[in-house]
Design a binder for this molecule. Sequence first.
Ligand code: ADP
Ligand code: MG
Length: 258
Amino acid sequence: MNILELEHVSVAYGKGKPAVEDVSFSVPEKSIVAIVGESGSGKSSLLRAVMGLLPSGGEVSGGTILFEGRDLDSLTRQQRRQIRGKDMAMIFQNAGEYLNPRRKVGAQYLETLGCHLDLPRTELKKLALDMLAALKLTDGERIMNSYPFQLSGGMKQRAAIAMAMSLNPRLLLADEPTSALDVTTQAQVVQELIQARDRMGTAIVAVTHNMGAASRIADYIVVMQNGTIREHGTRDQVIQAPASGYTKQLLAAAPALK
Ligand code: ADP
Ligand code: MG
């Protein structure tokens, strides 16, 4: 079964050419789908449309988004809010976007959990610390007591990933989750995402501009350029027998692709 289905989805900001145009693909349960494409190809707009968090001025201007068979457009704002965070969660391109700079990480974390779980604060805190530990952030107490600016980029990003994964969503949307990190931390975060899928069956849609990264983690690859899909298929189809010239270009630019 597919956890997510996009049918002819378009996203527009005002009147000009849509940022995303007539995009269709499916995300099978428990699979990892990578969306690959250069900057400006509409990847972030597409993920935000699925999450229901387009910036003001942006709207889904056509098509249908089905989450577990339900048309997201038919839901009330309240129903949508309940799905967000609990059933589907998003790691934003830049963790700083997600964390409020004026509040301690722990306060934000517990508030996110508290929106969906009717548990005492001590239980919520335990859950948060467990998830940070699962992401190899063993000094969870210190992280919870820090403001975002007191943490390294890698720690912030992993704290944001922990928050996104804490409610055990069935679908995780990850927008360039590692592009702001150094190479070692990148590899760790990628491992953590793969483990989430393996341990909990989380389906993941990961956006990247790097074909090498996509080929390492994805079961399926969607190649986007200029708001439209150039090609999509299983990882092996796209890597070993690319059909479009643009995919071949991306492959040529990916170092040491196996
Ligand atoms: P990507 O994530 O692939 O770099 P984006 O979805 O961010 O692509 O952007 C795709 C296009 O959508 C951009 O070229 C831009 O024209 C438009 N766009 C994105 N965000 C906004 C916004 N907040 N307001 C107006 N236009 C936007
Ligand atoms: Mg983007």
